[in-house]
Design a protein around this ligand. Structure first.
Ligand SMILES: [Zn+2]
Length: 234
């Protein structure tokens, strides 16, 4: 293999690593957002459950007020009964009382159902609270891990760039510039190996003379389709 190809391959390896690290670095804020959004979902469902509980509690309070009112009414009817002389009137009032009592029982049934729902909601809220704490702890840990990784990435990029710069110094500027142009244009590789007479970059079948030149390795051979630099792997 041509020495310059070897040097360029080392540079390319660094460049690819740097590109990969930069992509990862760019994704860090989004990944953070995704991690934090897990808590947001918990917060929202917790809030919704609290709202329902509030409404349910108000309903029970209203029912209690209604029941009390009805009981007061019965009390008044009983007082009225004491004044009544006629049997017909007495029976009519007894009927009224029975109707109100029936209404009270219906309200009490409703209240019982409501209180059971309140119990269930409170249990759910407590469970939510516990789940939230567990999730929050996990989120904090995940964020910490991600922060550590982000710091590691920045450091790796720095080291990689320093190594790349040192290696690039040993390469003729003309070839280095050419390599950089192709690397930038293709976005993946500037140097590729010949794979079964095909360019390892664009996968086009190479003319035999090009394959021959690449194998001889007397000078840099280019793919006549994509312009990538070709080499035959050792
Ligand atoms: Zn090619």
């Amino acid at each position: 293999m041509l020495p310059i190809i070897e040097k360029l391959l080392a540079v390319q390896e660094h460049d690819r690593r740097i590109a990969r690290l930069l992509r990862e670095q760019r994704d860090v804020p989004l990944r953070k957002q995704q991690i934090e959004s897990r808590l947001q979902a918990h917060r929202e469902s917790h809030k919704a459950a609290q709202e329902t509980l509030k409404k349910q509690t108000a309903t029970i309070k209203r029912l209690e007020g209604d029941i009390e009112e009805k009981q007061e009414q019965i009390k008044k009817y009983r007082e009225q009964e004491l004044q009544i002389k006629s049997n017909v009137e007495y029976k009519a009032l007894e009927h009224e009382i029975a109707v109100v009592q029936q209404r009270i029982r219906a309200l009490e049934d409703e209240e019982i159902v409501g209180m059971e729902q309140v119990d269930e909601l409170q249990r759910q809220l407590q469970q939510h609270g516990q789940d939230f704490q567990v999730e929050e702890k996990q989120v904090q840990e995940d964020l910490k891990t991600l922060d550590a990784r982000a710091a590691g990435i920045a450091q790796e990029i720095e080291q990689c760039r320093a190594a790349r710069t040192a290696e690039a110094l040993a390469i003729e500027p003309e070839w280095l510039a050419r390599y950089e142009r192709v690397f930038q244009r293709t976005g993946d590789f500037a140097l590729v190996s010949v794979d079964k007479s095909c360019c390892g970059g664009c996968h086009m079948q190479l003319p035999p003379s090009v394959v021959h030149d690449a194998r001889k390795a007397l000078s840099i051979t280019l793919c006549n389709y994509c312009g990538r630099m070709l080499y035959v792997g050792a």
